[in-house]
Design a protein around this ligand. Structure first.
Ligand SMILES: CC(C)(COP(=O)(O)OP(=O)(O)OC[C@H]1O[C@@H](n2cnc3c(N)ncnc32)[C@H](O)[C@@H]1OP(=O)(O)O)[C@@H](O)C(=O)NCCC(=O)NCCS
Length: 196
């Protein structure tokens, strides 16, 4: 394994702009809240959570994380196509975990992309199936489809019913069952890691 890269944290807004511009075409940014404006705000709050890797002065990977409520939200994770499977993603994730501890947070959360699931699992994240239905008072119905997994969180608010199930592995079958049984329902895998 070539470990000829260094992992650093973003030191200036100019550097943040370059790191964001590196990740944008790989991930199709901006997506959701993950705009350059959002990370510019985060730079003032917790700059140590904005991590990148470089080789010969060129940016070749990044993980942009931020403080959200009581946890650290791991946002864009990207490694240049010609630098993958050399431990760069894992090295950056270890740095994010180390830096997250400095902020006093002990939980990392990320909304997974299907193609990166094995990467999150190899970093020690636990998969959780997040189910959202745009109907009020339906968590009981949502629960009824699941016989096997622990319900770690649920909520009925603002016309939505939401459920989070802890699954030891990514369970695509159950995900599809929810989609079929509850039209309008959206499901996503959320990955969680507790650090101590
Ligand atoms: C996902 C990504 C960040 C991984 O970065 P990386 O530097 O290649 O990851 P690492 O080399 O540290 O991989 C660590 C382990 O994760 C797993 N893993 C990583 N990529 C994998 C892949 N494509 N398929 C299967 N397992 C994979 C492996 O277990 C790997 O260990 P191994 O190489 O010893 O088998 C990188 O592939 C990427 O940028 N993908 C495109 C963007 C993306 O999907 N980002 C995540 C969404 S926010």
């Amino acid at each position: 394994v070539r470990q000829d890269f260094v992992v650093r944290t973003v030191a200036t807004l100019d550097e943040l702009g370059k790191v964001y511009a590196f990740a944008a075409p790989i991930l199709g940014l901006p997506v959701g809240k993950h705009t350059l404006e959002y990370y510019t705000q985060q730079f003032a709050i917790a700059p140590q959570l904005l991590v990148f890797a470089e080789r010969d002065g060129l940016i070749c990977g990044c993980i942009l994380a931020s403080i959200e409520d009581d946890h650290v939200l791991v946002g864009p994770v990207a490694v240049a196509a010609d630098s993958r499977r050399a431990g760069m993603g894992s090295a950056m994730m270890r740095e994010v975990e180390h830096r997250a501890k400095e902020t006093g947070r002990t939980t990392l959360i990320l909304g997974g992309r299907e193609e990166a699931e094995s990467f999150y699992l190899s970093c020690g994240f636990q998969p959780n199936l997040f189910i959202q239905l745009p109907e009020p008072d339906s968590t009981e119905r949502l629960r009824s489809l699941n016989q096997q997994y622990e319900v770690v969180w649920e909520s009925q608010q603002g016309g939505w019913s939401r459920l989070m199930l802890r699954t030891p592995q990514v369970d695509k079958d159950l995900q599809q069952q929810y989609q079929r049984r509850f039209p309008g329902c959206s499901t996503q895998y959320v990955f969680v890691k507790h650090i101590c």
